[in-house]
Design a binder for this molecule. Structure first.
Ligand SMILES: [Zn+2]
Length: 146
């Protein structure tokens, strides 16, 4: 079994709609992310004898840096006349909670793998952990065949 593990962090803002409490207000965190990809043996590029570009996986975290994370229903931050769309990332789900930020990163990781690995039908296990605060972190995993 081979395991790729990359780590990164990003500073980003968000707010939780319909939430009763301080998380309803715009605030930010330094989010810390860990991404793990496992498979029996990564298919290697014959030219480089390497598998996945670690930088492409780390870029997923970097692409969220200094952004406002919103859900699709948070239309205020998607008004291009008020906020530069380049600074806004739409996260799946009804709120940009840590649970949904993890799902966003898993979706992006699937895209990176599909672009960088030739399809062999083998099984990959992806795991993303996002630490939102010193005391809160969430891990989710997904198994895909590619
Ligand atoms: Zn928060």
């Amino acid at each position: 079994m081979e395991t790729i593990r990359v780590e990164g962090h990003f500073h980003a803002g968000h707010r939780q709609l319909e939430y009763k409490g301080k998380c309803a207000w715009v605030h930010g965190h330094t989010w810390r992310g860990t991404m793990v990809v496992q498979t029996e043996a990564f298919p290697r590029d014959p030219q480089t004898d390497m598998a996945v570009d670690f930088g492409a996986l780390k870029h997923i975290f970097r692409s969220l840096d200094h952004k406002m994370l919103v859900s699709a229903r948070d239309e205020l931050f998607q008004r291009a006349d008020l906020f530069d769309p380049e600074g806004v990332v739409v996260i799946p789900g009804d709120n940009p909670s840590v649970e949904n930020v993890v799902q966003y990163c898993l979706n992006e990781a699937v895209d990176v793998l599909a672009k960088s690995l030739k399809p062999t039908g083998q099984t990959y296990r992806l795991e993303v952990t996002i630490q939102e605060t010193d005391n809160n972190r969430l891990t989710a995993d997904r198994t895909i065949q590619w």
